[in-house]
Design a protein around this ligand. Structure first.
Ligand SMILES: Cc1cc2nc3c(=O)[nH]c(=O)nc-3n(C[C@H](O)[C@H](O)[C@H](O)COP(=O)(O)OP(=O)(O)OC[C@H]3O[C@@H](n4cnc5c(N)ncnc54)[C@H](O)[C@@H]3O)c2cc1C
Length: 409
């Protein structure tokens, strides 16, 4: 406990202290013009910028905080194709055909992201299996149905009953689904590498710059900074994470706060086989992964809290709760904590994000409401939005449309 007290960094995510590529950026000193303006330099903005710049499109990126400083730096960065909404539940909400397509698309997105990060030589990317544990959303019987639905959709996985789960992983739950080919990453490192790649292909980054006003004009958009400088673009992308731009409404979008800890380094023998990612078919669910230096990251305790002060005030209580739950799940783990932090994300009622042109704002695109799968959906957003801008409509774009009747005021 003494060690934990000495090292504990409260409020700072584990990634803030890690080395990451430095990326050229500066303040805006005069008005500029560009083909595409991207507001937000988190994982979404970075992936979209990389996709567009590598196709030769002129890009400007701005961020009011700096690079990878929003939800992205808070992410525990389990990169899973498995949506927060099980395929059986999603089928009931949006129909089986669409649910299967959404799950398959997410699987492809994780593969594509792994390939791009490998191409860029990004370190600390690990390929991981995932264990989805029975909980209060799906019990053992429902989990068996979920497994069958995944198999029928062509998504390889294995159903483990209580005995198999205990024998193979030492975990005491009634059942789990084991799936393959997910990732863990360092989200700040990955984002900065993608932003760097975009700059190598000509993208310009201005930060910190707060965009306070957007005006649609004939043939384009003019965005104005807090310092009254203007950026004119033919297209605009809001990659602003959970912060909805002024005047944009999305009925099924809500703000959620979540909490996370990173433990002290573990003896390798205390870790579980394969160091697979763990999460639960529960609401709220616990999510667990390891880091390359042998720590365990554990997040959860999600609540519908938008107010940052209220969220931050809960940090000590949520840290203790996460330590307790982690110990119960993995008794061999030393749950002393080196980092404890909290952050915010947006989610939707279906668990699928909204990635679309903003109603009433021609040539303005937005990606929001990712839930716990921000990285995977950011990769899908990059495909869809970059595709729309270069004139290559995406075959799955219909899955992520704005709910009918939402519009920019
Ligand atoms: C604790 C925690 C754990 C999580 N764990 C996971 C996980 O394990 N796996 C996973 O996939 N996802 C996870 N998520 C979700 C994930 O972090 C987010 O979905 C993802 O990072 C969103 O990325 P983004 O680029 O869209 O948004 P952000 O990273 O929030 O970036 C948006 C950027 O827009 C900028 N911005 C906003 N408004 C303006 C403006 N007016 N002018 C200029 N700039 C502006 C902000 O400064 C910010 O930098 C987690 C989130 C939290 C908080």
């Amino acid at each position: 406990m003494v060690t934990a007290q000495r090292n504990l960094r409260t409020g700072r995510s584990i990634w803030s202290d890690r080395r990451a590529l430095s990326v050229a950026h500066r303040r805006l000193t005069r008005d500029v013009e560009t083909e595409v303006l991207i507001i937000g330099a988190g994982i979404t903005g970075a992936l979209i910028a990389d996709a567009l710049a590598s196709e030769g499109v002129e890009v400007v990126i701005v961020d009011k905080r700096g690079l990878a400083k929003g939800s992205t730096v808070a992410s525990t960065a389990l990169v899973q194709y498995e949506s927060d909404t099980p395929i059986t539940v999603l089928s009931r909400k949006i129909g089986k055909e669409k649910a299967v397509r959404a799950w398959r698309r997410a699987r492809m997105a994780v593969g594509a992201l792994a390939a791009r990060l490998a191409e860029l030589g990004v370190s600390d990317v690990a390929h991981r299996d995932t264990l989805y544990l029975a909980g209060d959303i799906l019990n053992a019987t429902e989990l068996r149905r979920e497994h069958a639905a995944r198999r029928a959709a062509g998504l390889p996985s294995r159903y483990l009953d209580r005995t198999a789960l205990r024998d193979r992983f030492g975990i005491g739950r009634s059942a789990a689904i084991l799936s393959y080919d997910n990732l863990t990453i360092d989200p700040r490192k990955a984002t900065r590498a993608l932003l760097h790649a975009a700059t190598v292909n000509g993208a310009r980054i201005f930060a910190p710059e707060d965009m306070t006003d957007i005006a649609i004009r004939k043939g384009g958009v003019t965005a104005t900074t807090a310092n009254r400088l203007h950026i004119r673009g033919r297209h605009l992308v809001f990659a602003t994470g959970y912060e909805l731009p002024h005047g944009v409404t999305c009925r099924h979008h809500k703000i959620t706060s979540t909490w996370a800890i990173a433990t002290v380094r573990q003896h390798r023998a205390a870790l579980w086989p394969g160091e697979c990612c763990l999460w639960e078919a529960a609401d709220p669910y616990l999510y667990v992964r390891t880091t390359p230096d042998g720590r365990v990251i554990c997040g959860g305790g999600d609540e519908d809290i938008a107010d940052e002060q209220r969220r931050d005030a809960l940090l000590d209580r949520k840290t203790a709760m996460l330590q307790r739950k982690l110990k119960r799940l993995l008794p061999k783990i030393d749950t002393d904590v080196d980092y404890a932090w909290t952050g915010t994300f947006g989610e939707t009622t279906t668990g699928l994000p909204t990635i679309d042109e903003v109603p009433g704002m021609p040539r303005c695109f937005i990606a929001l409401g990712y839930g716990g799968n921000g990285t995977t959906y950011a990769a899908i957003a990059a495909d869809i939005i970059a595709g729309a801008i270069v004139g290559r409509p995406d075959v799955d774009a219909d899955l992520y449309r704005f709910p009918a009747h939402d519009a920019a005021k």
